[in-house]
Design a protein around this ligand. Structure first.
Ligand code: AMP
Length: 305
């Protein structure tokens, strides 16, 4: 099965305690599609400017990502600058230049409109809605967002959240969106808007997956070296959705397995700057880390008297 993703393809300028990257390849759709491409076919909907190097498009195509929906229009590519302190969980946005994103009209190629899996990655919620309206009969729709859109377009965002099956969001954003400090209560509020499931990403503390009456928790893979957390959330979502599209198993068990695959993919991405680790990643490494993850979280069921 194939996935359609709409999101940003970007230049990022990132500072972490371990280094600095200027105008490196980034963007929510870039990280998502690269990660998902290890499991399924991915079709990308995004916009770049005339300054976007062809070598980045070649990279996406080398991962078998369909770039028919990647528009190149006059102007500059979307640019995000951020900084991380020693607490690598929360990025501080220094600057967001929307550039070509301001005039972007996401018209889906005809071949994308029958997609069964749709991911509305972090982008303007009005654009997320436009894409959602063009896909005819999706089996599963999930979306992400970020503080920038929660503050600037809360009403548009609310409409998107009401129309999707799964919301994938950071813990800080779940708190900001609901004004509720307790994550369990924040989750209840977001689910009450109408989505069936909520996945809350908690950086090095792992992931929580909520339905109206269940919770599943997965830790993050404990790494000795984390260089750049940029894109971890999108890489997680790419692994999660890519695996679901691959297996077609939307049962509780299948979704839990997908959460772990997403966590495995994110754990690789943070090991180097930009998409450098994903460019070197080989499928057998994913299988090995998945097995390590199983032993990390496995324990026996003892009777307590
Ligand atoms: P994350 O997975 O949350 O770390 O996503 C990081 C990516 O999101 C970066 O590569 C940025 O280019 C992209 N990004 C940053 N701000 C925005 C925004 N306001 N809208 C869409 N994408 C963004």
């Amino acid at each position: 099965m194939s996935i359609v993703v709409v999101g940003t393809v970007a230049f990022d300028t990132v500072e972490t305690p371990f280094g600095h990257g200027e105008n490196v390849l980034g963007g929510s759709a870039t990280y998502f599609s690269t990660s998902a491409s290890f499991f399924t076919d991915v079709s990308l909907v995004a916009v770049v400017g005339e300054d976007f190097p062809l070598e980045h498009v070649d990279f996406l195509q080398s991962r078998n990502i369909d770039t028919t929906g990647l528009q190149r229009i006059p102007g500059k590519t979307f640019h995000w600058s951020g900084r991380y302190g020693y607490d690598l969980n929360e990025a501080q946005t220094l600057d967001t230049q929307l550039n070509v994103l301001r005039d972007f009209q996401p018209n889906l190629p005809e071949s994308y409109r029958d997609a069964e899996y749709l991911f509305l990655a972090n982008i303007d919620p009005d654009l997320q809605m436009q894409v959602l309206e063009q896909v005819r009969n999706p089996k599963l729709v999930a979306c992400d967002t970020m503080n920038f859109w929660i503050s600037s377009k809360p009403e548009s965002l609310k409409k998107v959240l009401q129309k999707v099956d799964i919301v994938v969001i950071n813990e800080g954003e779940a708190r900001q969106f609901t004004g509720e400090a307790n994550l369990v209560k924040a989750a209840r509020q977001i689910i009450a808007l109408g989505c069936k499931r909520l996945v809350i990403k908690r950086g090095e503390y792992g992931v929580l997956m909520f339905t109206a009456d269940s919770v599943f928790a997965a830790p993050a893979y404990p790494l000795e070296e984390v260089f750049d957390p940029t894109g971890a959330g999108d890489t997680f979502a790419g692994g999660f959705m890519g695996y679901l599209a691959n297996t077609g198993d939307l049962s509780e068990e299948g979704l839990r397995q997908a959460i772990v695959i997403g966590s495995v993919m994110a754990s690789f991405n943070v090991e180097d700057f930009s998409l450098e680790r994903m460019k070197r990643l080989e499928y057998p490494e994913i299988e090995t880390r998945f097995k390590d993850f199983r032993s990390l979280t496995s324990f026996s069921n003892i009777a307590i008297k």
